[in-house]
Design a protein around this ligand. Structure first.
Ligand SMILES: Cc1cc2nc3c(=O)[nH]c(=O)nc-3n(C[C@H](O)[C@H](O)[C@H](O)COP(=O)(O)OP(=O)(O)OC[C@H]3O[C@@H](n4cnc5c(N)ncnc54)[C@H](O)[C@@H]3O)c2cc1C
Length: 505
């Protein structure tokens, strides 16, 4: 027999956005009738590796990150989709902590294209919350390597405005080793876990290792109304009742869960459709990136010091005024030592034997890459998520191919100015490769015909159902998406509290 529980709000997915949303609603919201503290459950499919926030990690946490190489992922459960880490914290304990808030043009795209009120001014309090709590700042000058400086000088010489990466860290020693894909053993890397104590302190209940099977939606007229969720915990099926459910399962996970719940395109869901919305899983937007390897004659970086980002700048396509075609240039691996196993497999490495041994003596300090990527594809280029498997599909198009070829020439110019050798290899097409840092698969908009949620994060057709994570924002931003996902959580919390969990509503 199924167990049953009851809440005011259930948040599904304790990832980047989910924890922040749950924490801020627990802190700011009240039951509008009684004034009591809200009963909130935060339900996460993956485990909770407990640790002291801001302290030195405990043994469990260290077990999860036993090696400072990608093999650590062997210990982390995964979803079949991109960025699919399954744990309390979601992708945020492993992200690179390269932390970029939206730019003016990003807000403008959202407002103009989808007619929503997501202006910079309206989102300010949520943005400030995330920037402050995750301690977002520019990498310190002292952490930059010789390679970073060379890249920056080349950017200036070509007329750009190079800047140091923004990062989310506290008490970081900038050893340069803990970049993307690694959990920092000393908890310097900002993650949504930093919000978890706030959630627990305000009475929130964290339910880990509990995969949600569906949001329970009851048909009502042409639409539906939320009744709670069904999840699996230790082999048992649990029903949890709530009039409000916020889905925060990420760009790939959220549409999959909505589809399992019977909310999505009838053409895909068939007879399991409870309420139709054609846009669930559609409109996948995101960047198309490529790293061009380079190698220097001399060391450009040293052990024990380095940023995880480096230097970047944007190149806009002059034929568009809305940011379409925006490309980000970034120096990659010019700051931190290249791991030996990566250096050994570099395309610059000679075949085995003495030449390879000689190469390996200095390669870890001489290798780097120039990262180029169309961060804002044209609006007509969108991908989709397979609603059954969560598989990523992104078509790309001729414009993206042309733009990547164009900026490759600029990368060659940068390499020339830095005096390094640059790889000649380059894909002949980027079709099918883009949509990275994906967003938009449950996008916000004023028109239900082209969007899933409204500007207050509530589903157009299902009362009490919210989606708040990277799937919510409608157009790709200028840079990486993690902080934008965090902002979605903080912003949605404010809207949901205002509309449902404050006095007088
Ligand atoms: C290795 C790596 C490096 C990255 N580096 C950067 C970076 O430097 N900068 C940057 O901006 N971004 C980076 N990102 C991306 C960034 O981490 C993500 O964009 C961000 O975490 C997405 O937030 P989210 O809340 O949308 O989803 P997630 O953080 O993925 O959270 C979704 C959560 O929902 C849970 N969930 C899913 N389905 C269910 C279900 N049915 N039941 C219960 N729980 C469920 C998942 O387990 C997960 O915990 C990186 C990602 C990875 C993996």
């Amino acid at each position: 027999m199924a167990e049953s529980r009851e809440y005011d709000l259930i948040v599904v997915g304790a990832g980047m956005a989910g924890i922040i949303l749950a924490a801020r609603i627990a802190e700011m919201g009240i039951n509008p009738r009684t004034g009591d503290r809200l009963r909130i459950a935060l339900v996460e499919a993956g485990p909770h590796w407990k640790r002291e926030v801001g302290g030195h990690s405990d043994p469990d946490w260290r077990r999860m990150v036993p090696q400072i190489v990608w093999e650590e992922f062997r210990n982390v459960p995964r979803w079949p989709w991109p960025y699919g880490l399954k744990m309390v914290g979601g992708c945020s304990p492993h992200w690179g902590a390269n932390a970029f808030p939206p730019y003016d043009v990003d807000y403008k795209n959202w407002v103009d294209e989808m007619e929503i009120d997501w202006t910079q001014n309206n989102m300010k309090s949520a943005v400030d919350d995330v920037m402050k709590t995750l301690h977002v700042h520019e990498d310190p000058e002292q952490a930059f390597s010789v390679g970073d400086h060379m890249f920056r000088d080349a950017g200036y010489a070509l007329g750009y405005h190079p800047r140091g990466y923004m990062t989310a860290r506290k008490n970081c020693i900038y050893c340069g080793f803990i970049g993307s894909g690694h959990g920092c053993k000393y908890d310097a890397k900002g993650s949504s876990l930093w919000y978890l104590p706030t959630f627990l302190k305000h009475g929130g209940e964290l339910i880990a290792d509990a995969e949600v099977q569906q949001v329970n939606i009851e048909k009502q007229g042409a639409g539906g109304v939320v009744k709670g969720i069904t999840y699996l915990k230790e082999g048992r099926t649990v029903q949890a009742r709530a009039d409000r459910v916020a889905v925060c399962c990420g760009t790939w996970g959220s549409p999959v869960l909505l589809a399992k719940s019977g909310y999505g395109p009838r053409s895909e869901l068939g007879s399991t459709t409870v309420v139709e919305n054609k846009n669930v899983g559609q409109n996948l937007d995101g960047d198309t990136r490529y790293r061009i390897p380079v190698i220097f004659d001399q060391p450009i970086k040293e052990a024990g010091r380095g940023t995880t980002g480096g230097i970047y700048w944007y190149d806009d396509d002059p034929q568009f005024s809305d940011g379409t075609g925006r490309v980000r240039f970034a120096d990659k691996d010019m700051s931190k030592i290249t791991y030996p196993h990566v250096a050994a497999m570099s395309e610059f490495a000679p075949g085995y034997g003495k030449a390879h041994m000689d190469f390996m003596k200095g390669a870890i300090t001489r290798l780097g890459a120039i990262d180029i990527g169309v961060s804002k594809p044209p609006t007509h280029v969108k991908g989709w998520v397979d609603l059954h498997s969560g598989a990523h599909n992104y078509p790309g198009d001729d414009y993206i191919d042309r733009r990547m070829m164009q900026v490759r020439e600029i990368a060659f110019e940068i390499a020339k100015r830095m005096g390094c050798e640059i790889s000649e290899r380059f894909p002949s097409t980027f079709k099918g490769r883009g949509g990275g840092h994906g967003n938009g698969t449950c996008r916000a908009g004023s028109d239900p015909r082209n969007s899933v949620i409204d500007q207050d994060f509530e589903a157009h057709e299902v009362q009490g159902l919210f989606v708040a994570d990277c799937s919510s924002y409608p157009r790709a931003v200028s840079s990486n998406c993690g902080v934008v996902g965090a902002i979605m959580g903080a912003f949605a919390a404010r809207r949901i509290v205002r509309n449902y969990f404050s006095r007088g509503v």
